[in-house]
Unconditional design. Structure first.
Length: 202
């Protein structure tokens, strides 16, 4: 039997069964001060090899959102499961200008094409320049970023897809208690490969 779910506040985290790969997005403000914050609403937007783009969804009052609007650059850093405590700490409500990378003991790594840094402890990084902003509500900014560079740990790139995923051990979020900000986190379990039969088999 199926039951309809009403999309209430935070429906995408608590009402629907949706997992989000967690990233740390780094930006800088007009003064060059670094900001880092966790984000799960980060997805490929355009898959064209001539115009690859990423989508980042953010509340417009957050420092990340304000910095992207001001400077037009951001880096998406993909975090491993082992980094979950520090990832969560970057989401604390620090004052503007506070460097969350320093506060949490993470290691900044210069980006290849933009001013916001990569994070050494993360296994993959996507550097973006703002292309446009979609505003689906008064509170939300959807940033479309042109991909300028993708980099990852070299040892991962030398593995096949399944071994790469297991070695990267990405961090996932699948729910959060909003009153306490206690999140539900997960990692990759079983993996497999499967190729569909050809139409000739019918």
């Amino acid at each position: 039997m199926k039951k309809e779910v009403k999309p209430d506040f935070m429906w995408h985290l608590n009402d629907a069964i949706i997992t989000f790969q967690i990233t740390i997005v780094t930006t800088i403000n007009k003064s060059g001060q670094v900001n880092a914050a966790p984000f799960g609403l980060v997805f490929p937007f355009c898959s064209s090899e001539s115009n690859p783009q990423m989508l980042l969804c953010s509340n417009n009052v957050w420092h990340t959102s304000q910095n992207i609007e001001a400077t037009g650059e951001f880096v998406i850093n993909y975090a491993p499961f082992s980094l979950k405590e520090k990832v969560v700490q970057t989401g604390l409500m620090f004052s503007e200008g506070v460097n969350e990378i320093e506060k949490t003991g993470l290691t900044p790594l210069p980006a290849l094409t933009v001013k916001p840094p990569r994070i050494e402890e993360c296994f993959q990084h996507i550097e973006c320049r703002l292309n446009r902003i979609i505003r689906p509500s008064e509170q939300q900014n959807n940033f479309i970023g042109d991909i300028l560079s993708i980099s990852a740990n070299q040892e991962l790139l030398e593995k096949g897809n399944e071994e790469m995923l297991k070695a990267a051990d990405p961090l996932f979020l699948f729910g959060i208690e909003i009153t306490t900000m206690q999140g539900n986190y997960a990692r990759v379990g079983e993996t497999t490969t499967y190729a569909p039969p050809s139409l000739d088999a019918e």
